[in-house]
Write a protein that binds this ligand. Structure first.
Ligand code: PEP
Ligand code: MN
Length: 303
């Protein structure tokens, strides 16, 4: 272990970090976290349908991009603050915590106003000013592995956040570029047990961006949990063929529900628990009229 790791391995054996979000979702404890939702927030109807479905199936964190890092400047770029409002609203409505990507140092404060967790995308893993900014924010951070990042580079990126004073970092393996284009990326599942040895930080897996093919997502999600992942990040869209981004790798709502049922015995086998859902959560709130939605901490209401 290089001298340069000071914080990412602190108490690696003795005390592991458990990142806890506002709705009780945890990363790094006995209970795993299931983050699910569309690649990008496209409309309140789309997000509402996705949130309702993933909450009903037992997920506890809603994902959805408001600022999208697209390869082409002509592709859908995300709806910005409007999408953040929709995420907060849907999150509160279905008792889901919200994770969403922040791409720009100038947006950190704004995104943190709505989200419970800030995602640093693969393309920004070594955006050092951004890492320092989220380090100063104190909001939990989901740090994706860079497209071609070594484990050392990834952990040193986490070190940037920790050194700024933010201990709430979760690592997310999402595959790396390889010579082979048969799958979108090459999932490095070995980092799950490896990082368990190297750092006290929780590690989750994003099988959607790793494989890029929806029908391969369920078996890889199951394998990730069996390997010891503390959670999953899965793209779910109510109408994948018409998604504005990443439709090919998105599960539809029924496929996600089926996956959640397949996951349960494997999670138990791995010595962990599925997210706890109480009766006051998704099932009931899904049927609650908007006017009765429990009051949000931030009180976001759609116009
Ligand atoms: C995403 O989660 O939608 C995303 C863009 O992921 P990544 O940064 O891993 O490509
Ligand atoms: Mn995506």
């Amino acid at each position: 272990m290089p001298q340069s790791y000071r914080l990412v391995r602190r108490d690696a054996r003795a005390e592991r970090t458990v990142v806890r979000l506002r709705n009780g979702a945890t990363f790094g404890g006995e209970e795993i976290a299931i983050c699910a939702g569309p690649c990008g927030v496209e409309s309140s109807e789309q997000l509402d349908a996705a949130a309702r479905a993933v909450a009903g199936a037992g997920a506890n964190v809603l994902r959805g991009g408001a600022y999208k890092p697209r390869t082409s400047p002509y592709s859908f770029q995300g709806l910005g603050e409007e999408a953040l409002k929709m995420l907060r609203y849907a999150g509160d409505r279905f008792d889901l915590a919200v994770v969403t990507e922040v791409m720009d140092t100038r947006d950190v404060e704004l995104v943190a106003r709505y989200a419970d967790m800030l995602q640093i995308g693969a393309r920004n893993m070594q955006n050092f000013p951004l890492l320092r900014e989220v380090g100063a924010s104190r909001v939990p951070v989901l740090l994706k592995r860079g497209l071609s990042a070594t484990v050392q580079e990834w952990l040193l990126a986490a070190e940037y956040v920790l050194v700024g004073g933010n201990d709430n970092v979760v690592l997310c393996e999402r595959g790396v570029r390889s010579f082979d284009v048969a799958t979108r990326n090459l999932l490095d599942i070995s980092v799950v047990p490896l990082l368990e040895e190297m750092t006290h930080l929780p590690v989750i897996v994003d099988p959607s961006h790793a494989v890029g093919i929806a029908r391969l997502v369920p078996p890889i999600a199951v394998a990730s949990v069996a390997a010891g992942a503390h959670g999953l990040l899965i793209e779910v869209h109510p109408d994948p063929p018409n998604a504005l981004s990443d439709g090919a790798q998105s599960l539809d709502c029924a496929q996600f529900e089926l996956l959640m049922r397949r996951l349960a015995p494997v999670v138990e086998f791995a010595g962990r628990r599925m997210p706890a859902r109480t009766s006051s959560r998704s099932g009931d709130s899904a049927a609650t009229p908007d006017s009765d939605v429990r009051s949000s901490v931030r009180g976001v209401r759609l116009a």
